[in-house]
Design a protein around this ligand. Sequence first.
Ligand code: C2E
Ligand code: CA
Ligand code: CA
Ligand code: CA
Length: 278
Amino acid sequence: AKHQGKSSYARFAPEMTEVSHERLQMESHMRKALELGELELHFQPIVETRSGNLVGAEALLRWNNPALGIVMPDRFIPLAEETGLIIPIGEWVINEACKAAQSWQALTGRDISIAVNVSPRQFRDPKFIDIVMHALWSSELRPELLELEITERLILDNSIETAEILKQLDAGGIRLSVDDFGTGYSALSYLKSYPFDSLKIDKSFVQDVLKEAEDASLVRAIIQMAHSLGLDVIAEGVESEDQTHFLKTENCDYSQGYFYSRPMTEQDFIHWLETNER
Ligand code: C2E
Ligand code: CA
Ligand code: CA
Ligand code: CA
C-alpha cells in the first residue's frame, strides 16, 4: 500500500511512524507510572563550598519501568510537560520530597533542605500554590527547608502571573532559586524584581572553569553580581577537586556535583548522611 520513491516523504515516513509509535507507547506507560509506583526520587547532596558540610539535597526524578528500564528525566519530562502529566507527577514529587526531608530532620536532628525542580506547566497550574502549601502542611516540613528551582527560561516569559506566584511562594517562607542560570539569554533585571534567594550556575560553565578563561571570568562575575544582589550561589556539576578549589577562592556559597556524590536512592542518601555526620 506504500508508494516507494515517489517523493522524499515516502522515505521518511516509516521512521516517523516509529518515532510516534514510541512516543505513544511512552505516553501510555507514563500515564500508569504513578499508579504503579514506578516513579522514584533520587537525591544529590548540596554542600557548603567552604567546609564541604552537607546543607541539603536536590530531588531528581527517575522512572523505573519494567519495559523501558530506568528512564532518565531528560527523556520523559518534556513529554510529560506536553501532555500535562507533569502536573500530577510534579505534585507527587513535591509531596515525596517534603516527606523525605522531614524524615531526615527527624532522623538526624539537623536541618537538611530539599530542592525540587518545577517545570513551567506545573508552575502555571492554578492549583500550584495550594499543592505546595498542602505538601508542607501534610509533611510538617518547615517552609524554609523547601527550595523550588525555577528555570531561567520560565522567568523570562515574564508575565504578571509569574511575578504573583513567586511573590506568594516567597511570602509563604519557601526559598526560590533560579536553575540553569546563564543559559536563558536573560536580561538579568528580573533578579532585582523577583524574590529569589539563590541562583544555580549552570554546569556547562562550571565544567570548563579551569579550561576556558572566559568561563572562569563568567563564573567569577556571576558570583560577584549575585552577592551584590544578596543572592546565594550554588555551583552545579562540580566534578573535580580543582573546580572546588576555584569555587572556594571565588567564595561560591554552595556546591553540588559528582565530586561530592552522584544522585542516590533515598536509602543510600541516608547512609551517606550517617557517614558524613556533622
Ligand atoms: P537539573 O535540574 O539541571 O539537574 C542537574 C542534573 O545534573 C541532574 O541530571 C544531575 O544528575 C546532573 N549532575 C549532577 N552533578 C553532576 C556532575 O557533576 N556532572 C554532570 N555531568 N552532571 C551532574 P538528571 O538527574 O538526569 O536530571 C536532568 C534534568 O531533568 C534536571 O536538570 C531537571 O531539569 C529535570 N528534572 C529532574 N527531576 C525533575 C523533577 O522532579 N521535575 C522536573 N520538572 N524536572 C526534573
Ligand atoms: Ca535543578
Ligand atoms: Ca525568598
Ligand atoms: Ca541545572
